[in-house]
Design a protein around this ligand. Sequence first.
Ligand SMILES: [Zn+2]
Length: 324
Amino acid sequence: MAKTLEERGYPIIDVHGHQGNLKRLSDGSPGMLPPVTKQQIALEKYFRHHELTTEQLLETLPTEEEMRETFRKYGVYFCPAAWTAPTGQGEIGQTNDYIYNLWQRHRGICLGFWGCVDPWMGEEALSEAERCLRDLKALGIKFQQASQKFHLSDHRFYPLWDLIASYNGFVQWHGGYTGVGTGMPGGGGIKILEYTNPIDVDNVAADFPKLRIILMHTCDPFTEAAELVCMHKGNVYRETSGALPRYIPERMIHDINTRLRTKFMFGSEYPYFRLVDNILDGWEKDVTFRPGIEELFFYKNALNILGDRFENAGADLSPWKGLI
Ligand SMILES: [Zn+2]
């Protein structure tokens, strides 16, 4: 069983999760992921190897109070991301305002939030990204290229990277395999390799040295390329959400322990992965850290890399006082 905050002795920073499919939405906003879709049920089957009905799936989701208690008990501070892909998938998902308000309601366990815009929305995407960064104090903007169906290195989207860099924001970019659509005919229309190759990240990172990029997930089957892009580009960082720890490639664990030890951050993909049973437990059971690495990975790197954004968001960083 995963260690509680007391047993572990230090609080964890989780740089990527979600919310919005809580059983009850206290602010009444349209924060539900669209309707518990077939895709979400397929995702559940992929994550946990069992098929649920819509009702059963809803039953497994936590309430906001349960969420808060779990994060408190285990000493995890998270950064939820909004979600939108109307052009690619016809989904509005979790709006920026919904996730912003969730953060505001739970500042005791949330350090900030990630906005999300549909890059195909042109001017609208630019002004929404600007609103997130300027008015809502987002840490940055998250994109999921497979669902949003676009190439990061397509010059039509360069104004977005320019804008985000001008606000000193981060981007969270998807890398490699996505569970979305797994097992469905045609993978639910999702192309898992076309838009998710870190070669696009390398190209944009070179063109926008001031844009700070978090290349997400295991990047399977491009793990090696992802680690090399991260090593080569000072403005590219990595995080680990989106896979059970036992499925994280050896190469990635090795790099977390060695040459990328100051660049990797912990991410959970909560609540798609259960925080305690799937993630914290898995990192304790299935991964071996070299001395001193665990603390870098679970909070020090996040404070060093995202520290100015946490401050910009007015996050309370006192839980780490005296720890770095
Ligand atoms: Zn995610």
